[in-house]
Design a binder for this molecule. Structure first.
Ligand SMILES: [Zn+2]
Length: 281
């Protein structure tokens, strides 16, 4: 089985409003193991709405969430790694969280939909990513035609504007299967080599991955699952039917992740996969 790195995962915490949070987390890890996931790169968005809105988490909620996530990654090492999630509306707090998170082992920065991504408020955060050598996972609504309640969503065109201002920062465009029209995203980001895309989201349209491959190529696509593994599994099973070569499949399943995150991030997870425990190369 090809090892798989899930670059867009989430977990729940005792501060979120799910009484079954531990069972949810355990089932994610168990199901991940069954389908070959050797590492989940995960974040927690504040209290998931319990005490501040998911996409506009309060500084206190976000600090608590990051603390929990960093502890969990430590406990579950090497099969879980952390994104440090921040709300760009509190820029000073966000920058302090990034410094603190990276020092504690976070390997990237997660931005949800708290602020439109081409806003100048994002510049300091994009610069910090380049400074620390970590990518940014940016929540994207594919072809945003209007505003949506409870989020300041952005689409590929808007992410491209930020990426153009920060050519040294790698941006992982979240969930091509999320939100509206995925076909709009490919031409919007094609010429921006520092934008790569994750395959997660509930959309599993026929042709979605094929078109992304045609426009940006396998070196810029990363398999991921986001909130649940079920649609991720569908796309994992669909990958070989796109006609992608074994090399392209390895790129999308794990090698691009090795390239965009700090050197050595997945060494232990991948060597565990190579030496047995179900997943063999
Ligand atoms: Zn997400």
């Amino acid at each position: 089985m090809t090892p798989v790195i899930d670059v867009h995962a989430h977990f729940h915490t005792p501060s979120s409003n799910r009484i079954d949070w531990e069972r949810y987390n355990a089932s994610r890890l168990n199901a991940g193991e069954r389908i070959g996931v050797v590492c989940h790169v995960a974040s927690v968005l504040g209290s998931w709405g319990a005490t501040s809105p998911t996409y506009f988490s309060s500084p206190a909620d976000q600090t608590r969430a990051n603390d929990w996530m960093l502890d969990f990654a430590e406990q579950q090492s090497p099969r879980v790694k952390a994104w440090v999630a921040v709300n760009p509306n509190y820029t000073a707090h966000a920058l302090a969280e990034i410094a603190r998170g990276v020092a504690r082992g976070a390997i990237g920065i997660k931005l949800a939909a708290g602020r439109r991504v081409d806003d100048a408020l994002l510049d300091d955060i994009a610069a910090a990513a380049a400074q620390y050598g970590v990518p940014i996972l940016q929540h994207i609504w594919q072809h945003r035609r209007r505003d949506w309640p409870n989020q300041d969503a952005s689409d590929g065109v808007e992410l491209a504007r930020l990426a153009a201002r920060h050519p040294r920062t790698t941006f992982l465009l979240a969930h091509i299967g999320g939100g509206g029209d995925w076909a709009h995203t490919n031409p919007a980001v094609r010429e921006f080599e520092n934008i790569v895309m994750d395959l997660s989201g509930s959309g599993i349209d026929r042709g979605m991955i094929d078109e992304a491959l045609r426009w940006v190529g396998a070196r810029r696509l990363l398999w991921a699952a986001d909130l649940t593994l079920c649609t991720g599994l569908t796309k994992l099973r669909a990958l070989p039917f796109t006609g992608a070569s074994d090399d392209d499949l390895a790129d999308m399943c794990w090698r691009n992740a090795v390239r965009i995150f700090p050197v050595g991030t997945f060494a232990a997870a991948l060597s565990g996969a190579a030496s047995g425990s179900g997943a063999t190369a």
